[in-house]
Design a protein around this ligand. Sequence first.
Ligand SMILES: NC(=O)c1ccc[n+]([C@@H]2O[C@H](COP(=O)([O-])OP(=O)(O)OC[C@H]3O[C@@H](n4cnc5c(N)ncnc54)[C@H](OP(=O)(O)O)[C@@H]3O)[C@@H](O)[C@H]2O)c1
Length: 268
Amino acid sequence: MNGKTVLITGASSGIGLLVASKLHENGYKVIGTSRSPEKYQVKLPFKLLPLDLNDDRSIASFGKQLFSHISQLDVLINNAGYLVNGLAEETPIDLGKQQFETNFWGTIKLTNELLPYFRKQKHGKIITIGSLLGLVGLPNVAYYAASKHALEGYFKSLRFELNQFNIKVVMLEPMSFKTNIGESGTIAAGSITDYDAFRQKVTAYTKSAFDKAPEPAPVVAALLQAVKEKNPKFGYPVGKGSSIVLLLQHFAYKVFEKSILRSVNNSK
Ligand SMILES: NC(=O)c1ccc[n+]([C@@H]2O[C@H](COP(=O)([O-])OP(=O)(O)OC[C@H]3O[C@@H](n4cnc5c(N)ncnc54)[C@H](OP(=O)(O)O)[C@@H]3O)[C@@H](O)[C@H]2O)c1
């Protein structure tokens, strides 16, 4: 045991499961969460606690529950989240609100629930899994990208405010990686005929992006680095080509847009 305790939300699947398992292997005391821990616990070497980011009561009782299992929390990894797919105008506002309820508000509410513990112990680290889509936009994921952009802005501000308590605030910004996110999310049905041709291409483009996505080993490595780093920077973009995408976004946005539109239009 290296003595450090890490809480990771959404540890039943994908990135959360891989990171929690790796940290456990490396001697960290790991607590994970799931909406249905009973479904996964038997197969896991670390403790899973129930947490639903869409349920205020679940979040409000979480701190007490957590600290009945541990006495100190060194790192919170806000990982739980999901994806709403669909063209912006065709996505019902309620689906957009649900996307924010989980990805943004749920994450903020849980962070607030745990901040008094972090402030009291005068150290800690909060690592939130954003997305490269919190830094750039792509078609078919407007609400997801918006929820991840919102997290970027929020945690960038929070970082200044928590510095005085020796609490570090970090964001990981992965590109697309193979997990269950493509299947576990929601897809808004097409309803506006003007979009029919574009929707067909963008659906093919999105499917091909999921099919071609690499295994998430680089995300696990970057998270481990952020957990270990004494004075971590704010943002950790992860994935092949992510730095080029960010460079284009800042210095050659037209080139970025053209290359995305070309890829979408060439998709069948
Ligand atoms: N995969 C990618 O390409 C990619 C890229 C960039 C960022 N990300 C981000 O990485 C994070 C993990 O995603 P993933 O790709 O590993 O997807 P995943 O395999 O679908 O895992 C999502 C996890 O989130 C949990 N979760 C979902 N809704 C929840 C809710 N309402 N309350 C509590 N937990 C909830 C799920 O747990 P239960 O179902 O057991 O509750 C599950 O463990 C997400 O924040 C995602 O946006 C993923």
